[in-house]
Design a binder for this molecule. Structure first.
Ligand SMILES: [Zn+2]
Length: 366
């Protein structure tokens, strides 16, 4: 009995229903405790390659207060993969989608290349609506890890074959050519339509469709901000929220600012910062929705840092920032995790990246 009691309280803390809140501290009930409430909806926002210096760029380069500053809960995530000290975006997203640390290059499969059910698949089966929005192609490592299971991130055509039966209610991003200009000659757009999707390839609609939506506005990745992408990411996120929130069982939406990473790989500070500011604007859309909705948890994090980016002094001039990079690859630095809404307090502290999945499932899984 002595040992059972705190354990039961821990279980209770992890399985609270939306109308009950439990007070816990160090796994024991106390008077000075935090409340854990269950969200009905989760918005997971991934800034690919977004380390703390990238986030700091929002402070220095945005006119006005960054949306990052609206979060009350902040944690740090340790990003190593199962195969490498420094993760890539495939293993880095598969930890969020499946809770499993796997090898670099893996999409929705474990270290033995065995498929692992994703959070999107699990919640979709339970009647939640799901959505995926990215500024890359929807077959790129991060979005792909939420609906596909392949042994290598480069298998774009194989990844696309998972889309028709994915159960995802809303896709928006690039990647048209992997549906309709395939080496195997298949027309997967026709298959999407046969599965009940409305396929949209010209521009972002003003209103959500009654049907599931596949919105593909580029052959591969979406254009850069500097090439005129405009408000695609915030507007696609707004559209997704309008659609998914119609589901009374709740929803899960993943939004990726994909090209923060690409600016880092290019060691192009202007590219990185423009993409980061676009992502910050999109956070505002999610936070405004969550604030009004009251039952939505917003989590913002990164899969890893890219570029070894720093906001360094310009020589001895401490009044001038000269952004610098130390690699064209990724770095092993911890990345921030921001959370706001019911259950946000679970995201305090320092933990392994795959814990983010387990925390989300403890809050929204049944
Ligand atoms: Zn990368």
């Amino acid at each position: 009995m002595r040992f059972k009691f705190p354990f039961l309280l821990l279980l209770l803390a992890l399985t609270v229903s939306s109308c009950v809140s439990v007070q816990v501290k160090d796994n024991t009930v106390t008077n000075v405790s935090r409340e854990i409430k269950k969200p009905k909806n989760i918005i997971l926002m991934i800034g690919d390659g977004m380390g703390l210096s990238q986030v700091s760029a929002a402070i220095y380069y945005k006119n006005g207060k960054p949306n990052f500053e609206r979060f009350s809960t902040i944690g740090l995530s340790k990003t190593s993969s199962a195969s490498d000290l420094i993760t890539d975006s495939a293993a880095g997203a598969t930890v969020f989608s499946t809770g499993v640390k796997t090898y670099n290059g893996a999409i929705g499969v474990n270290n033995d290349t065995i498929p692992v059910p994703t959070i999107v698949e699990q919640l979709s089966k339970r009647g939640l609506a799901t959505g995926i929005v990215a500024t890359s192609s929807i077959q790129h490592a991060t979005p792909a890890s939420f609906y596909a299971h392949v042994k290598s991130r480069r298998m774009y055509e194989a990844i696309t074959e998972f889309a028709p039966d994915s159960g995802v209610n809303f896709f928006a991003g690039g990647g048209l050519k992997f549906f309709n200009q395939r080496k195997d000659g298949k027309d997967l757009l026709a298959k999407m339509e046969a599965k009940g999707y409305e396929v949209i390839t010209d521009k972002l609609p003003q209103k959500p469709s009654e049907k599931n939506e596949l919105i593909l506005l580029a052959e591969d990745g979406m254009p850069k901000m500097s090439e005129g992408r405009g408000d695609f990411l915030p507007n696609a996120t707004k559209l997704a929220l309008e659609k998914l929130s119609q589901n009374e069982n709740g929803f899960f939406l993943m939004v990726e600012g994909s090209q923060i990473d690409w600016g880092g790989h290019d060691n192009d500070a202007d590219y990185l910062i423009e993409e980061l500011l676009d992502f910050d604007k999109t956070l505002g859309v999610a936070l405004d929705f969550a604030k009004q909705n009251g039952e939505t948890l917003v989590i913002v994090t990164a899969d890893h840092e890219t570029g070894g980016f720093t906001l360094a002094s310009d020589g001895k001039d401490y009044n001038k920032i000269k952004p610098r990079f130390s690699t064209t690859g990724h770095s092993g630095t911890m990345v921030p995790v921001f959370a706001e809404g019911p259950g946000a307090s679970l995201f305090n502290g320092i933990y392994e990246s795959n814990e983010i999945y387990h925390k989300m499932m403890a809050l929204i899984g049944k």
